[in-house]
Design a protein around this ligand. Structure first.
Ligand SMILES: [Mg+2]
Length: 326
């Protein structure tokens, strides 16, 4: 059982959220719950990492972050290696990590997790690319173009719809690429329009997952390569959105899992890592299992089906454990 939270530091991205004042909501909650809190405000990229590192030197029961996935990722980068639990107060347009863990988007409800009795936390994996950590994932090619095209202004105005506008531009840049992968020592060569390395499966729409096998606590990264863009793919996307879960389609999607992954390609490719556009291939990626402890709702009890990925794929003998809360 977790000890009660009495003293926290909140990293706030003031650019997040939709023109509502968050401080009165936070203050009212903290006062009622008897929690001592301090806050730091970010002004530019990188601030949240630095502020988290500074705050973590103090005696704290937890560090909270109010912001979107970008700010959450920065705070995670500042927290890895410490034992301090993370509280996520979602303030972005997609909030992938919050969705993945069942954390409510409503600020009052998210704050309420801090005083729930008993407290629930979950150790989640983070991915590591060179000296940076990521939580959601990396996409290469089409998937990265899609995220790059959804500009910040459009996202704060239209939310998740900004990605649909970006889809049109990204479709025009589609290019079939050969991806050379090394997954836990085994080589694979797969051609496709995008290669995604996912730690979290959530796509930003509540409960829509890139793949039902993706589990943020299983110590494995999931590699999903979309082989081609045609009508079948559009149908697959439509079914995924309607059913809120992607059905298996091995003709369209290649799926692998592993702990250490290298990727190179025959074409120069655009890459995004947790929303940030990055340097060139090759990429060397690995997983850091259970690196961050996050406060989660008590009712979170995601059960993952125990099924194999693909009949002919390199099966790592993964057992998809149910994520029972201990
Ligand atoms: Mg995983």
């Amino acid at each position: 059982m977790e000890k009660k939270i009495r003293n926290i530091h909140i990293i706030i991205n003031p650019g997040s959220g939709k023109e509502k004042s968050i401080l009165p909501v936070i203050n009212t909650f903290m006062q009622a719950a008897g929690i001592r809190w301090e806050a730091s405000i970010t002004h530019k990229a990188g601030d949240a990492i630095r502020l988290t590192r500074t705050a973590s030197r103090n005696k704290l029961d937890a560090i909270a972050v109010y912001g979107g996935d970008g700010t959450v990722t920065e705070v995670v980068n500042g927290l890895v290696g410490t034992e301090i639990p993370l509280i996520i107060l979602p303030g972005g347009s997609a909030n992938v990590i919050a969705n993945e863990l069942g954390i409510p988007w409503n600020l009052k409800e998210a704050c309420a997790l801090i005083s729930q009795n008993p407290l629930r936390t979950r150790n989640i994996d983070v991915g590591q690319l060179n000296n940076r950590y990521f939580i959601a994932g990396i996409s290469i090619g089409f998937g990265a173009d899609l995220i790059k095209g959804a500009k910040r202004e459009a996202k704060s105005k239209f939310g998740i719809l900004a990605y649909f506008f970006s889809l049109f531009t990204a479709m025009q840049k589609l290019k079939l690429t050969i991806y050379h992968l090394k997954v836990d020592g085994v080589s694979h060569e797969v051609s496709g329009i995008t290669c995604i390395v996912a730690n979290a499966g959530n796509l930003g729409f509540t409960k829509v997952s890139l793949d039902k096998h993706i589990d943020i606590c299983d110590g494995l990264l999931d590699i999903v390569i979309v082989r081609k863009a045609d009508l079948k793919l559009l149908k697959l996307i439509a079914i995924t959105l309607i059913k809120r879960r992607r059905p298996d389609n091995f003709e369209l999607v290649k799926h692998l899992q592993g702990k250490e992954i290298s990727i190179s390609s025959n074409h120069k490719q655009i890459i995004q890592c947790d929303g940030e556009i990055l340097e060139n291939l090759p990429l060397h990626i690995k997983i850091v299992p259970g690196a961050i402890r996050v406060l989660i709702p008590g009712k979170y009890n995601k059960i993952i089906a125990q099924t194999s990925l693909e009949p002919n794929c390199q099966d790592k003998g993964i057992f998809f454990d149910s994520l029972n809360i201990s």
